[in-house]
Design a protein around this ligand. Structure first.
Ligand code: GDP
Length: 434
């Protein structure tokens, strides 16, 4: 801290929620800087499970300001539902702030997302069909509707009508699906707009002021580095920039304000949806990892593909994020395996081996993993309370990751509950205050 970014170091679902939650307790402001409601953080608190999609996990701490930044896209229906759900469980949304520059996901974005995926058939990207990609596309095409438009019902109505007229043509003529009905939808959106109005704020200014006052700001990324639209495994990526640098643009602060970048990686790897995945496990061990790690999507319930730890990908994530430390989650999931393969290099089509992530897509698509096999520990990590208590092979596994990825591991996840973490150098080191 004061400004710490938490970023996924793989293809998302690394268990960022737990680390964000841990650091949120010591933060004054917690911000989301990109993405939409496909990113579900799961936080287990006192046996109660909170699946958050839009709202930063800081919301669970009274007095913590929670920001949804300009780089995000917001579905008003889902956000209002999320606010209502939290309120119903006694969690106040009073300190939620919504950037006026964030873009809104409209019903046509959802309709177009589904229609497009269906048309692509075998070539589909595997989106969550929540309209996130189409909303970002409209933002870049400069025809999007923004959160600040909810402040003026007349402007909102005008933009809504103009956009829907065009989108209905696309829905009918291109995708051959039913058009959306203006009057009912506009009325529904106006009701949501009224609900969201109190949360709209100048969040760039808010974060700047907080930093000037020496308050601690946490910037949480959704998805992960390999899903970054510019640096990930395009086209099987998300439509925004999860990488740490995007925290600055997504909030509206300068990059020099960021002090610390914590990457989060699982002790193995998962991937949702389509796309190349060099370390995907062959045989029954894949299902074993999935079961042990409960690897099913938070938002969609979809099965995640499971693979062994990919250090080539992790080195890349350390590089493109300027990672200052790493949180290695779900080490406990590997406890049952006698031997644990770890990918240290890729072998390319011409037989050459590389420890750097291939810059060209075709090289990545045809890369095969070169594994080093580390001994497993074959004992549960339930009772482990500190790093010294880890079985020696588990400790060696962590040290191997540190050495190979050239980054300090400052947090190790040993179980699903939020207290199940080890911090070898203490919370102070993790929070960048050591
Ligand atoms: P996120 O999107 O990166 O926050 O990841 P998810 O929310 O999809 O995954 C988090 C899930 O992993 C939650 O159910 C957590 O309780 C669980 N989890 C997080 N850390 C650990 C860990 O160290 N061990 C185990 N077994 N589960 C963990």
């Amino acid at each position: 801290m004061p400004a710490t970014v938490i970023v996924g170091a793989q293809w998302g679902d690394e268990g960022k929620g737990k680390i964000v939650d841990l650091l949120a307790r010591h933060s004054d402001v917690v911000c989301r800087y990109q993405g939409g409601p496909n990113a579900g953080h799961t936080i287990i608190r006192d046996g109660e499970t909170f699946a958050l999609h839009h709202i930063p996990s800081g919301i669970l701490y009274p007095g913590t300001t929670c920001v949804i930044g300009a780089g995000c896209v917001v579905d008003p229906r889902l956000l209002v539902r999320e606010i209502d759900d939290l309120e119903a469980r006694g969690v106040s949304s009073r300190d939620l702030k919504l950037s006026g520059n964030a873009h809104l996901i409209m019903p046509w974005h959802v309709a177009i997302d589904s229609a497009t995926e269906r048309h692509l058939g075998r070539l589909q990207i595997g989106t969550t069909r929540r309209g996130i990609g189409p909303a970002y596309a409209d933002k870049v095409a400069r025809i999007g509707i923004r959160v600040q438009d909810v402040l003026d019902p007349k402007i909102l109505r005008q933009k809504f009508e103009t956009a829907l007229a065009e989108k209905n043509v696309i829905l009918e003529r291109v995708h051959c699906v039913e058009p959306l009905e203006l009057a009912a939808l506009a009325e529904e959106m106006e009701a949501y707009a009224a609900r969201l109005r109190p949360y709209v704020a100048d969040t760039s200014l808010l974060v700047d002021r907080a930093l000037k006052e020496g308050r601690r700001v946490l910037l949480e990324g959704a998805q992960g580095t390999l899903l970054d639209v510019d640096h990930g495994t395009y086209p099987f990526v998300t439509s925004s920039n999860p990488v740490a640098a995007a925290a600055a643009t997504g909030i509206g602060i300068g990059p020099t304000r960021i002090d610390q970048v914590i990457g989060v990686a699982k002790a193995y790897v998962t991937r949702v949806g389509e796309g190349p995945f060099p370390t995907e496990i062959e045989g029954p061990d894949q299902a074993r990892v999935r079961e042990l790690g409960a690897e099913y999507g938070t938002t969609t319930g979809r099965e995640r593909r499971c693979g062994w730890l990919d250090l080539v990908g992790l080195r890349f994530a350390v590089r493109v994020n300027g990672m200052t430390s790493l949180a290695l989650t779900k080490l406990d999931v590997l406890s049952e395996f006698e031997e644990i393969p770890v990918c240290v290099r890729y072998r390319l089509r011409d037989g050459a081996e590389t420890s750097d992530f291939p810059a060209h897509q075709s090289d990545f698509h045809s890369a095969s993993p070169v594994y080093e096999t580390l001994p497993g520990w074959r004992e549960p990590l339930d009772a482990v309370e500190d790093i010294e208590g880890l079985p020696a092979p588990a400790r060696r596994y962590v040290e191997f990751v540190e050495r190979e990825a050239e980054v300090e591991v400052n947090l190790i996840g040993t179980g699903a509950e939020r207290e199940r973490v080890l911090m070898p150098r203490g919370l102070e080191a993790l929070a960048g205050r050591a």
